[in-house]
Write a protein that binds this ligand. Structure first.
Ligand code: ADP
Length: 674
């Protein structure tokens, strides 16, 4: 550092010596010395209270102080100001002691010029500054050691002298510098279990086997346990012998605790990470599995959906899916083909607005609402109107898919276009009616002889009664009552003939088929009456066993009469050509266990073979020379058109029973209503 002016405190009681110094310094070129002089120590101390001096030139022999004491007193007041001792020739030893006791240099009075003094002053200033810097650095080191809990030590091998820094004392639990440490004292503080290893480590270092690095426990005087780390290096002389060992000791207890804590936390964290990772891996695995499952399920569903769509489009039946409000949400190809409307055209529209004939809309809506409420499958038939205005009769079968998980109910309607079937059925019915009529006429033709005979009886009786009456009335006297009686007989016979003709006309008439409530017992009696003449002719007895209070059926009376007369005449026929003694026909009616009206005609004739039983209802099957073989075939068609059944049972040689069943009136009404 460049110093322009150096302030000197010259403490010298001898004026001559003082002047010599002042004069010498004034001679120095390049530097100016500002010298303040004090003659006594007290005066010097006063000066030092004022502005700072760069150096003090001090005579040790003052009137109020002497020797090293002077230095220490000045050192107390101005510890940072360098001191150059001025000594006399004889004071050389004292001056030397002064340097050891704190002065930076010394000059012998009267020797040397101003430059020597200036050089000494400057040297003293630099040395003082260096000392200060060193002291400061030591203070900082000390502070750093304290903060870091690191102490340092030196062990002189030859003398065994051990030196600890303050922090070493603190680490070991002592007051700094409270005693002079020894190797034994040090070992005594080392935890018992670590002691031998410590000795071995130091021994190894002494033998030059590398630096000391050792962690061990210590037991402080207050009983607390600490962990310290010792590090040391051995100095060897040129001969390779150990001279001293220098080292540090650090209290690593907190560090260790933190480290342990950290390790535990890390282990804990690792464990948690491991567990979490395992959980995540498991969740991931499950997710992957789910994704695979879902993809597979979706594929299956897609396949099923495509399959169902293909099936729906392939089936010939009409399929329409409706929502809870009757709107079309799906229809198939058959639907498109039958109606002429594409699915896109009808999608979302109420089914009755598009397809149902206006006169049937109300009814269809009602059925739809009933279906949603009742939720059981139902069947009905109605007309659909196609794009071209054609009416097609569709037989529907409906299924309700109930609302689930908040989804609205759906109705799946499957329909079959029965328009053509209906037409064919109607055609068939008409054909059957025609045939039946022809059959009736043929029957009447066959019965003509017997009926003529039957009519002949009343007509003969009428003629006979008329002749008698005529004869009586020619007598001169005749009894009016007798004539009345004969006229009554005539009237009775005429009614009988009229009744036969009425029934014949009724049987032979051709009318449109009309169904009405029919009393089967009455019908049976009428037909038996018509065949009475024929029965008598063949010497056959017809017996009736009719159920009381037989429920009525809904039927076309003429057609059922035809069936009845066929069965009774067949029985009379077979008995007529039979030579057996007993010729009897039994006609029975009853309600069977299926709650249907059943009629049976049994005879005592030869019966039928098993083959004949199988074939009797076939058209043109006959065993009669003049037979047509159509009677039973027509009868079967008639009964089946009434939802009934014509049957036969027979054992050869034991007669035959032909019968039919018809549903009761109430059942017919119910099934029509559905
Ligand atoms: P047809 O009377 O013109 O032969 P049907 O169809 O009425 O036609 O009868 C067919 C055949 O059934 C008869 O030819 C007869 O062989 C047999 N058959 C009908 N009724 C009886 C009966 N009660 N006993 C035995 N055979 C019968």
């Amino acid at each position: 550092m460049q110093v322009d002016v150096i302030r000197i405190l010259l403490v010298e009681d001898n004026p001559a010596d003082a002047r010599l110094v002042e004069w010498a310094l004034s001679e120095v070129v390049g530097c100016r010395f500002d010298v303040i002089r004090a003659e006594r120590l007290s005066e010097a101390l006063q000066c030092l209270d004022g502005p700072r001096f760069d150096a003090i030139l001090l005579d040790l022999s003052l009137p109020d102080s002497f020797g090293l004491d002077t230095i220490s007193q000045i050192g107390i007041v101005a510890p940072t100001v360098p001191i150059v001792v001025l000594s006399g020739l004889l004071d050389d030893e004292l001056a030397f002691e002064a340097v050891k006791g704190g002065a930076q240099d010394y000059l012998v009075k009267g020797q040397g010029d101003g430059y020597l003094i200036a050089r000494s002053v400057r040297y003293a200033m630099e040395r003082k500054r260096a000392e200060e810097a060193l002291r400061e650095s030591e203070r900082m080191l000390e502070q750093a050691q304290r903060i870091a809990h690191v102490g340092h030590w030196v062990w002189d091998i030859a003398s065994g002298h051990l030196c600890w820094s303050d922090e070493v004392y603190r680490i070991y639990g002592y007051q700094p510098q409270a005693f002079t440490p020894t190797y034994e004292l040090f070992l005594a503080a080392v935890a018992v279990e670590d002691r031998q290893r410590m000795v071995d480590s130091i021994d190894a270092s002494l033998r030059g086997r590398g630096p000391l690095a050792f962690e061990h426990g210590i037991v402080r005087t207050d009983g607390t346990l600490r962990t310290v780390e010792e590090r040391g290096e051995m100095d060897f002389n040129a001969a390779g012998n150990p001279v001293r060992m220098r080292g540090t000791v650090q209290d690593v207890t907190t560090f260790k605790e933190v480290e342990t804590e950290l390790r535990r936390a890390r282990d804990d964290l690792e464990l948690r990470v491991e567990v979490r990772t395992a959980h995540l891996a498991e969740a991931n695995r499950r997710l992957e599995h789910e994704v695979v499952q879902r993809t597979r399920t979706e594929e299956i569903l897609r396949g099923e959906r495509d399959f169902i769509a293909a099936v729906l489009d392939t089936v010939g039946a009409l399929v329409v899916v409706l929502d809870g409000k009757g709107r079309i949400i799906r229809s198939n190809r058959a639907c498109e083909q039958t109606t002429g409307y594409s699915f896109e055209e009808v999608r979302g529209k109420p089914v009755w607005e598009i397809f149902v004939a206006p006169d049937e809309r109300r009814g269809v809506k009602q059925i739809f609402n009933q279906l949603l409420n009742v939720r059981s499958p139902s069947e009905y038939q109605n007309y659909w109107v196609t794009r071209s205005g054609e009416r097609r009769m569709i037989a529907w079968s409906n299924t309700v898919l109930p609302a689930r998980n908040g989804a609205a109910a759906h109705v799946i309607a499957t329909g079959i276009d029965i328009t053509d079937q209906r037409k064919a059925e109607e055609h068939e019915r008409q054909r059957m009616l025609e045939l039946a009529h022809v059959g009736r006429l043929s029957t009447m033709g066959e019965m003509a002889t017997e009926i003529a005979h039957e009519l002949n009886q009343p007509l003969t009786a009428i003629a006979s009664y008329s002749d008698t009456c005529n004869r009586i009335m020619k007598l001169p006297t005749w009894n009016v009552d007798e004539v009345h009686e004969i006229l009554g007989e005539i009237s009775g016979q005429a009614h009988r003939a009229g009744e036969i003709i009425r029934r014949l006309r009724s049987f032979a008439r051709k009318e449109d088929s009309q169904r009405a409530s029919v009393d089967v017992n009455e019908l049976v009696k009428d037909m038996v009456y018509l065949t009475e003449a024929e029965a008598r002719w063949h010497d056959v007895t017809v017996l009736l066993e009719l159920a009381d209070r037989l429920p009525s059926v809904v039927a076309d009376r003429i057609l059922i009469e035809q069936v009845m007369i066929n069965l009774v005449r067949n029985a009379i026929d077979v008995l007529g050509s039979d030579q057996s003694v007993q010729k009897r026909v039994l006609v029975q009616t009853w309600v069977n266990d299926r709650n249907m009206v059943e009629v049976a005609v049994s005879d005592t004739g030869p019966g039928l073979s098993a083959d004949a039983v199988k074939r009797v209802f076939e058209p043109f099957y006959t065993t009669k020379s003049s037979g047509m073989g159509m009677g039973l075939s027509i009868s079967q068609s008639i009964i089946e058109s009434h939802d009934g059944e014509l049957w036969v049972t027979s054992q050869p040689g034991q007669g035959a029973t032909f019968g039919f069943v018809l549903p009761l009136e109430t059942e017919v009404e119910v099934s029509n209503a559905v």
